[in-house]
Design a protein around this ligand. Structure first.
Ligand code: GLN
Ligand code: ZN
Length: 772
């Protein structure tokens, strides 16, 4: 009866099963391999990825998503959109120029990098300023031809669509110049597509995740124009306009675009895409590329739920017009989690990396081609699928049977405390007075953000300790010695509020995850963060619970060495949540409250041990915010609830600090205020004054430190520069509430430059104090 349904995928991780991509890039950058060598290695990695996808039985294998750094950068380079500072004179973009745009060179700073929608992947922001676009190379065509000639794969080229490309670019006036830019870009896109058509390509995917964000009426008109013109440029190609990460607001407009297929995400759409398809129908003749498996989470799907979704879609869309796929590119998950046996069979069996997801997809496509009777018979045509389904069910049952999965007491307490927003005993004005009496801090107090240089010596000691060649006692002594050195140094420099230096931490989330219940760590679960940089996010699989004090020992030790206050240093609930892979059977907000509850306990422990200033870092507070601004208030409210649950259990005299790295601040200033931290420190230098400007328009009436120097560079800033920065900030902020600190933690810096910069910073503070 039923005919089998095809599968397709949107993209695959670049990094390789063993991070060989990263290693190759870094070897090339450091001059260890030649360009020819590099190209050969990369070709091998690129083809291997295609082979793996093809071998999984995938119907449409994406090609052209592979990159040497980032796809937005590839697209900019393909269209010759190179910023003027790189002295580009047209023609093909060399590898050297490409990497200079990504990483900077001696004469020019790198292009800006920012988050890809609500993921932890960062893309390079194209700069259009006056550039004259031209087609420098047809990258999708090269990828298509290579896959066909070398592997016999009829791939599906993927491109970033024009609307999303423009929305994510800068250096033009989006309100008045978007259409002029479309005039320039559409013909180039048209040429790319026409050449693909001539070469024999069939399906082409144009990624337009911006469609699932906030689009105005003018953008919907633009989409109509873009895709009408592109379809005319390559009438034989089957174009898929691919959305993900949420549902479009105007479903009717989307499915009326004159293209062959529309891609919708049925996992991260809050049910709205399914509702639209079932309620409004799906145009005859159009193909639905249906994202039915979570492309960005690491959990195995519930096969029955996925199949039920497919059956609902198949009732509206004929099987030959349905493509089953992950909800988004698999870029956001590890290549494979099949080798994580050390996690135990129950947990490991419930994980799915890219390869496992493709296997699930193949199984789903096969099952969708069977009748319910054939599948449940478990014999004949349905035998293999039935076995696959049984294995999937069993894996999830084993996960759910783990005792860590549900800690009843934690769950109840987090729900209870989370049901109303926690508050400090007194308001800020009162606390401020009590804290000032307690601490007697000078005008414009100086401090740092937490970490001090993680030198080679420190990294090697930790590595030896992890391997067991350095015992606990020796490692502890080693850490204490570091704390000793840096407490003395901070006193010498003359800082007012000291920190212990975070020498015991490799990573600000991993450190806490390892000490809390409910977390697991993979051995090889790497994902690309930006460029060659990969991260290995912890996995939150159980209820999160406090086990024992996590930071008390080092903090109290540091405090014992000085009369100055030492600030305790914790990572906030949202940052821990946003930088982990999170279980998907509980709302994220509930997991955030569980983490917050555990941190509240830690805050209590620190306070009990005499630590009177505690910083709870939230550099990732705004990460993971939905694509649509209308959904922000709800998410931000949950973030504030969690932060406040973690931080409000203290006496009025205890000073709560927080820190955020970014500078896009003005649109969440109310949230920042609601956090009700006594002091916040924020990165300033990369905002080129925009941040300070936002305070000229918004008053901020709690303690605040705008970073007075950039920690991303080894350069030691002069006293005068910092004085100017401070004076400028004081024009828009209450001087009585102003703190002096660097932009962020100093762990990536060298020891000498750090001491020199902090000496200058304290000198600058003293100079400004003296002039007042
Ligand atoms: N306390 C942390 C540090 O100094 C903060 C890091 C961050 O904001 N990313 O390293
Ligand atoms: Zn920071």
């Amino acid at each position: 009866m039923s005919q089998s349904i095809r599968s397709s995928s949107l993209g695959y991780p670049n990094i390789g099963a063993d991070r060989e991509w990263k290693k190759t890039l870094e070897a090339f950058w450091s001059g260890k391999i030649s360009e020819q060598n590099f190209n050969e290695e990369m070709e091998g990695i690129r083809l291997e990825r295609l082979r793996r996808q093809n071998d999984s039985g995938l119907g449409l294998v994406p090609v052209g998503d592979f990159t040497y750094y980032d796809r937005m950068l590839d697209t900019a380079a393909m269209f010759g959109l190179v910023p003027q500072r790189f002295s580009y004179e047209g023609g093909p973009v060399s590898l050297e120029l490409y990497f200079s745009m990504a990483r900077g060179n001696a004469g020019a700073t790198a292009c800006e990098m920012t988050k890809w929608f609500n993921t932890n992947y960062h893309y390079i922001v194209p700069e259009l300023n006056g550039a004259k676009p031209s087609l420098t190379a047809n990258l999708p065509l090269q990828a298509y031809v290579e896959a066909r000639e070398k592997l016999g794969i009829q791939g599906k080229p993927v491109l970033i669509g024009p609307l999303t490309f423009l929305k994510l670019s800068k250096g033009y006036n989006a309100a008045s110049e978007t259409d002029a830019w479309l005039d320039r870009l559409i013909p180039l896109y048209g040429q790319v597509l026409a050449e693909l058509q001539a070469a024999g390509a069939q399906w082409v995917q144009l990624d337009e995740p911006s469609i699932a964000g906030d689009l105005g009426a003018d953008d919907w008109q633009r989409l109509q124009r873009i895709y009408t013109e592109l379809a005319a440029a390559a009438p034989e190609l089957k174009l898929i306009v691919q959305t993900y990460f949420d549902a479009p607001d105007n479903y009717a407009a989307l499915v009326s675009l004159p293209v062959a297929g529309i891609g919708l995400d049925f996992v991260h759409d809050r049910g709205r895409n399914l509702q639209a398809v079932l309620g409004q129908g799906f145009p005859a003749g159009l193909t639905l590329a249906a994202g039915v498996l979570d492309g960005r989470g690491i959990w195995r799907a519930d096969p029955d739920a996925a199949l039920a979704l497919v059956r609902e879609l198949a009732a509206v869309v004929p099987a030959d017009r349905l493509l089953l796929q992950p909800s988004c590119s698999l870029l956001h998950v590890p290549v494979s989690l099949a080798g994580e046996g050390a996690l135990g069979a129950a947990l490991q069996g419930a994980l799915a990396g890219a390869d496992e997801k493709l296997a699930e997809l193949a199984l789903l496509a096969e099952a969708a081609g069977l009748s319910a009777a054939e599948l449940s018979a478990g014999a004949g045509r349905g035998a293999a699928a039935a076995a696959g389904f049984a294995a999937g069910r069993q894996a999830l049952a084993a996960l759910n049977a783990l005792p860590q999965r549900e800690a009843a007491a934690v769950r109840a307490k987090a729900r209870l405390l989370g049901s109303s927003r926690a508050s400090r005993a007194s308001g800020f004005a009162e606390r401020r007075q009590l804290q000032q009496q307690r601490w007697q801090l000078p005008f414009l107090p100086t401090t740092t953000i937490g970490s001090f240089p993680q030198t080679a010596e420190i990294r090697s000691a930790r590595a030896r300790w992890r391997k067991g060649s350095l015992d606990n006692a020796a490692y502890e002594t080693f850490i204490r010695d570091q704390i000793n050195d840096w407490i003395s140094l901070q006193e010498e420099i003359g800082l007012d509020v000291l920190v212990h230096g975070e020498f015991e931490r490799t990573d600000m989330v991993e450190f806490f995850g390892e000490k809390l219940a409910g977390f697991a760590f993979t051995a090889n679960g790497w994902v690309q963060s930006y460029g060659s940089r990969c991260v290995k996010p912890p996995v939150i699989y159980g209820d999160v619970d406090f086990v024992e004090p996590m930071t008390v020992k080092e903090t109290v030790y540091a405090q014992s060495l000085t009369d100055k206050p030492v600030k305790g240093m914790l990572t906030g609930p949202l940052t821990i949540l946003n930088w982990s892979f999170v279980r998907d059977d509980l709302p994220r907000s509930e997991v955030a409250l569980q983490i917050a509850l555990a941190l509240r306990k830690e805050v209590e422990e620190l306070e009990k041990s005499g630590i009177g200033m505690i910083q709870v870092d939230e550099p990732a507070l705004r990460e993971g915010l939905p694509l649509k601004k209308s959904r922000w208030p709800e998410e931000l409210k949950a973030a504030v609830d969690a932060f406040r649950l973690a931080t409000t259990g203290v006496a009025d005299t205890t000073q709560i600090h927080t820190h955020m790295c970014y500078c896009e601040f003005s649109d969440i200033i109310d949230t920042i205020r609601d956090l009700d931290a006594d002091v916040i420190s924020i990165e300033t230098s990369r905002s080129h004054g925009e941040l300070i400007h936002s305070f000229e328009e918004n008053i901020y009436e709690k303690g605040i430190g705008l970073g007075v120097y950039d920690i991303h560079s080894p350069r030691v800033p002069s006293v005068e520069e910092m004085v100017a920065m401070i004076e400028r900030s004081l024009r828009s902020l209450d001087p009585e509430l102003f703190w002096i600190n660097p932009d962020c933690g100093l762990k990536t810096r060298g020891k000498e430059e750090t001491a020199a910069s902090l000496n200058h910073m304290v000198a600058a503070a003293r100079e400004v104090r003296a002039n007042r």
